[in-house]
Design a protein around this ligand. Structure first.
Ligand SMILES: [Zn+2]
Length: 114
């Protein structure tokens, strides 16, 4: 289960941040989730609820998800375009010589301590 692994790794990071910053509890965490990260929001939230409530630092905390659009760049014409809409083929020159620039990220954006 992909989502649970993500949650465990985020919680590890947050507990480290909490120790370094001497935080006693966190009320909300904002996670940036790329459009093509393959993560299902509702699973992620379920996993969060289960795992966060087992952490002293994160008990009762809320997970907020901010979706980040996926963007690809075309190596043939150098333009960028939205990945989800056009897939692997450049909408400007129809080249398939494209790569994903951003959209797979799973990053902690913001942490609110109480
Ligand atoms: Zn192109």
């Amino acid at each position: 289960m992909h989502e649970l692994g993500i949650v465990f790794s985020a919680i590890d990071t947050l507990e480290e941040v909490g120790r370094e910053g001497s935080l006693s509890s966190i009320s909300s965490v904002t996670l940036e989730l790329g459009e093509v990260s393959g993560v299902v929001d509702s699973y992620l939230l379920d996993c969060w609820r289960w795992a966060a409530d087992r952490s002293d630092l994160l008990r009762g905390s809320e997970l907020l998800i901010k979706a980040a659009p996926a963007v690809s760049v075309c190596d043939a014409c150098g333009r960028t375009y939205p990945t989800v809409e056009h897939g692997r083929v450049c909408p400007y020159c129809q080249s398939a010589d494209t790569e994903l620039l951003t959209g797979r990220q799973i990053e902690i954006l913001e942490v609110v301590a109480t």
